[in-house]
Design a protein around this ligand. Structure first.
Ligand SMILES: [Zn+2]
Length: 248
């Protein structure tokens, strides 16, 4: 039986990068990958992600039964398993408390689309999931309504989770989101972000589709304002955007 050395090395490497970027403090955060045999390799609970060894990692089946590893897995693995259950194309999940994205989480502020090119191209929609106690079943299920149409979810009053086909991409989603949140927070001290036009925003959504991302904003209807958030409008004002960010 393979010991999945490559996947173990990748998780240890991502843990170092999360810690170096200060996306996780102390024992915070967790990382997992879906192995070729369908089982899940994940980080243990109560251990700093900056100093992981290959042997620290746990292998679980999709029912959360531990198959190998002497350490206890993170309780937040329930969140990862829910994402893998909902998305067969996802093979890696990164959960962190990246500080600028987590600032949006504690403010219960949705991440705005249509203000910055990079996240519009590579992240698409970012959901804001309601708070649930970390590690609970309710916490895992808090992402279910959003997971099919996103690759990044801000977890209210908690942190952020990103997911992709591989671990490198999943980390990039966190990095892009956190950098964008930082830029938006900085811009608020000099007048706040200004929105792209409908046409500019639509062009980004189309380009994203051309990259192979399925972007629900690219609806092919010139009357639809792609800057508004058709999926998560219930979390925003009656116009579908968070007005506190914008002068329209
Ligand atoms: Zn957390």
């Amino acid at each position: 039986m393979s010991d999945f050395a490559d996947e173990r090395n990748q998780i240890c490497d991502i843990g170092k990068r999360l810690y170096a970027r200060e996306f996780v403090a102390a024992h915070e955060g967790n990382v997992s990958v879906r192995l070729p045999d369908g089982n899940i390799l994940c980080t243990p609970t109560m251990q700093c992600k900056g100093f992981l060894q290959r042997g620290d990692l746990c292998v679980l089946d999709t029912e959360m039964n531990q198959l190998s590893g002497s350490k206890k897995p993170t309780s937040e693995i329930r969140l990862h398993l829910e994402i893998y259950r909902q998305r067969s194309d996802i093979n890696a999940v990164v959960h962190s408390h990246a500080p600028h994205a987590t600032a949006f989480a504690v403010a219960n502020r949705p991440f705005p689309v249509g203000v910055l090119a990079e996240p519009d191209l590579f992240l698409g929609e970012v959901a804001l999931a309601p708070f649930q106690t970390p590690g609970s079943d309710e916490f895992a299920q808090s992402v279910t309504p959003f997971v099919h149409d996103t690759n990044a979810i801000i977890l209210a009053n908690h942190g952020v989770v990103t997911y992709a086909g591989d671990l490198e991409q999943a980390l990039w989603m966190t990095e892009i989101l956190d950098a964008a949140c930082k830029t938006i927070i900085l811009s608020m001290s000099i007048g706040g972000p200004k929105r792209l036009s409908k046409e500019q925003s639509r062009a980004l959504a189309k380009k994203r589709s051309h990259f192979g991302f399925n972007d629900p904003r690219d609806l092919g209807n010139s009357e639809i304002d792609v800057r508004k958030n058709p999926l998560f409008g219930q979390q925003m004002d009656s116009n579908g955007i968070d007005r506190t960010f914008f002068e329209d």
